[in-house]
Design a protein around this ligand. Structure first.
Ligand SMILES: CC(C)(COP(=O)(O)OP(=O)(O)OC[C@H]1O[C@@H](n2cnc3c(N)ncnc32)[C@H](O)[C@@H]1OP(=O)(O)O)[C@@H](O)C(=O)NCCC(=O)NCCS
Length: 193
């Protein structure tokens, strides 16, 4: 006898609002933590992003920010597609692990591709880690082909003989507001020359 299972539906795309930050963060952290685990990095736990980072990303992407929900209204998937001049870029994008492998990712990428191409672009791309061969296969099936390998090199400020900068979140009392105001003032000053 077959057990009865409710039909699994996904609804979208719809524009995410600030009230969706928690849901976006949960899908982001769970999907990328699961991705690392499947790549053998079992100890990595991807943290939730600062809500301000989401706020900025959503405002910046405008109609390119898209989310999909399940039957209960919970976030199932999202894709942040950006347009910059003649270039369109996707990501981050993710599908909640319990809904992967059922065609949702394909729909999420295809919807953003259609939206970006509708803007008259000449380049369309995204970044993925070379170790995630599954993702490379996934994107290749959707018509993407690998470009140049990019390598990110970092050099921590303290190793160059400077004091490490104090994070905004670690500045006590009024020091946080003062640092923000100093930053705003520096931005308003005309550059030399
Ligand atoms: C990558 C991700 C978005 C894919 O979503 P998904 O819902 O699992 O993908 P789908 O079920 O839509 O798969 C789409 C197609 O890709 C195919 N595919 C998947 N892996 C593949 C592989 N290694 N080689 C070839 N095809 C592959 C599937 O078979 C399917 O094709 P079909 O519909 O013709 O059978 C999802 O796994 C995810 O969120 N991963 C974690 C976060 C992440 O890595 N984000 C992307 C960072 S760049």
């Amino acid at each position: 006898m077959r057990a009865w299972l409710p039909e699994r539906q996904v609804y979208g795309p719809e524009p995410p609002g600030e009230r969706d930050t928690e849901g976006l963060n949960r899908v982001f952290a769970d999907a990328f933590t699961d991705r690392y685990r499947r790549d053998g990095l079992v100890g990595v736990r991807v943290p939730h992003l600062n809500p301000q980072v989401w706020r900025y990303a959503l405002l910046d992407a405008g109609a390119g920010a898209m989310l999909w929900r399940d039957e209960a209204g919970q976030v199932v998937a999202f894709n942040i597609a950006h347009r910059s001049g003649a270039e369109g870029w996707m990501g981050p994008l993710a599908v909640r692990p319990d809904r992967q492998g059922a065609g949702v990712g394909k729909a999420v990428v295809q919807t953003a591709v259609d939206w970006l191409l509708g803007q008259g672009l000449t380049t369309l791309g995204l970044e993925t880690m070379p170790r995630t061969v599954e993702n490379i296969g996934f994107y290749a099936r959707l018509g993407f082909s690998p470009g140049h390998l990019t390598v990110t090199l970092t050099n921590d400020i303290p190793t160059r003989g400077h004091q490490p900068p104090a994070l905004l979140s670690q500045r006590k009392g009024t020091a946080g507001g003062e640092a923000l105001e100093a930053g705003r003032a520096a931005r308003r000053r005309p550059p030399p020359g």
